[in-house]
Design a protein around this ligand. Structure first.
Ligand code: PLP
Length: 388
């Protein structure tokens, strides 16, 4: 399928469309402004100015200092780097505490850490997707190198009480990392007010390009880089800067800071109309995760008795894009680990789809989806009720 105009893209937690203003800002660095920002000549220095501005714009969005931003290749690298650094700077501490609903960029890193002799404590969530804070507090022992808890969940949108968790880690003198890949741009963040050592974000969730992200490293935190080589990013991430993407991410941060409030209320209204209309029109639809403490754009729905893969295929044929859960596990027959951690049965998890709204969705698109989706569910339910 090519005609982008014909698709209705409700998969913004998987990736977002590059904002035209971001694209425009990137273009010179893919064409005429190709100097290396580390070069001593003026042609390079101009490029360096552009990456410096990107640090400033990102810092303004997060409420931190520009030199606390380390640009990376994305959320995965940022997550890996934070955990790698924390384990490296405290070699006497071999314990990592995390949650059962983290992205694989954290969970699979933890599995690898276990194979290297670390101990990982995975704290459970309840059926609404909320973390058991008592259990979390109990899990943080003096031998804990780092606590890694996501800010908002990519599948359900459920938001964790980050301020409380960060305070808990500070009281216990343990480093705290948050995977804020889904939170940045969708909720206000002010790092100046929070005792967070590391925060990960990703460009392509924020209307910038794929393959770029950032790690916030608190200026008082000890840090050990994962990539070793040149002195880029103040010696914290070696490798020639991905200039065009970094510049684009800076612009995306500036746009997010300027539009966050207005955009979130618009997107929330779309999402809420979507859900209330479906719940009114169809029986046996369940919203997965706490409906209140949730990102404004995310809707994870179980269509009881219907195979989500069948729905996804039908919607795809009509040009509607949504997701079976974390896109990284799409194609695998395993039900989502997030929904399973929330005690959904395999059957409930397999009947669940994620719809994630974004900047470019419109009321007209929603009208169309609200015409297609109920019809599709009714049809699939009819088919499964018909004896073979
Ligand atoms: N963390 C979360 C919560 C995510 O949703 C994702 C991407 O889906 C990642 C990390 C990985 O980010 P990236 O695709 O930039 O590596």
């Amino acid at each position: 399928m090519n005609a982008n105009d014909q698709i209705i893209y409700l998969d913004n937690n998987s990736s977002t469309r590059i904002d035209p203003a971001v694209h425009e800002e990137m273009m010179p660095f893919l064409t005429t402004r190709y100097g290396n920002p580390s070069s001593a000549h003026r042609f390079g220095a101009h490029v360096k100015d552009a990456t410096k501005l990107a640090h400033e714009r990102m810092a303004a969005l997060l409420g931190c200092e520009p030199n606390e931003i380390v640009f990376t290749s994305g959320g995965t690298e940022s997550d890996n780097t934070a955990l790698h650094s924390a384990l490296h700077v405290t070699p006497d501490r071999r314990r990592v505490v995390t949650t059962s609903v983290e992205h694989n960029a954290v969970l699979n890193y933890c599995d690898a850490a276990v194979r290297r002799g670390c101990e990982v404590m995975v704290v459970p969530v309840d059926s609404e997707g909320h973390l058991d804070l008592t259990e979390l507090e109990r899990a943080i022992r003096p031998d804990t190198a780092v606590v890694s808890v996501m800010w908002a969940n990519n599948e359900t949108g459920v938001i964790f009480p980050l301020v409380e968790i960060a305070e808990m880690c500070r009281a216990k003198r343990v480093a705290f990392h948050t995977d804020a890949v889904q939170a940045v741009g969708k909720m206000p963040i002010n790092l100046a007010e929070q005792p967070i050592q590391f925060l990960s974000l990703s460009g392509h969730k924020l209307h910038a390009s794929k393959g770029v992200g950032a790690l916030y490293v608190n200026r008082h935190s000890r840090f050990h880089p994962m990539l070793i080589g040149g002195p880029q990013e103040n010696g914290r991430r070696a490798g020639t800067d991905n200039v065009a993407s970094i510049v684009g991410l800076g612009k995306a941060a500036e746009l997010a800071a300027a539009t966050i409030e207005e955009e979130n209320s618009r997107v929330r209204a779309l999402r809420d109309r979507f859900e209330s209309s479906l719940l009114r029109e169809l029986d046996d639809v369940v919203v997965n995760g706490d409906r209140e403490t949730r990102l404004p754009n995310t809707s994870n729905l179980a269509f009881t008795g219907v195979d989500a893969q069948a729905i996804l295929i039908k919607l795809d044929q009509e040009g509607v894009c949504c997701s079976l859960g974390s896109s990284c596990t799409t194609g695998s027959v395993q039900p989502s680990h997030v929904l399973r951690a929330m005690h959904l049965t395999n059957e409930q998890a397999r009947s669940s789809l994620r719809f994630s709204f974004g900047r470019f969705n419109t009321e007209t698109e929603l009208d169309r989806v609200l015409e297609i989706l109920p019809r599709t569910i009714r049809k699939l339910r009819q088919l499964s009720a018909t004896p073979a």
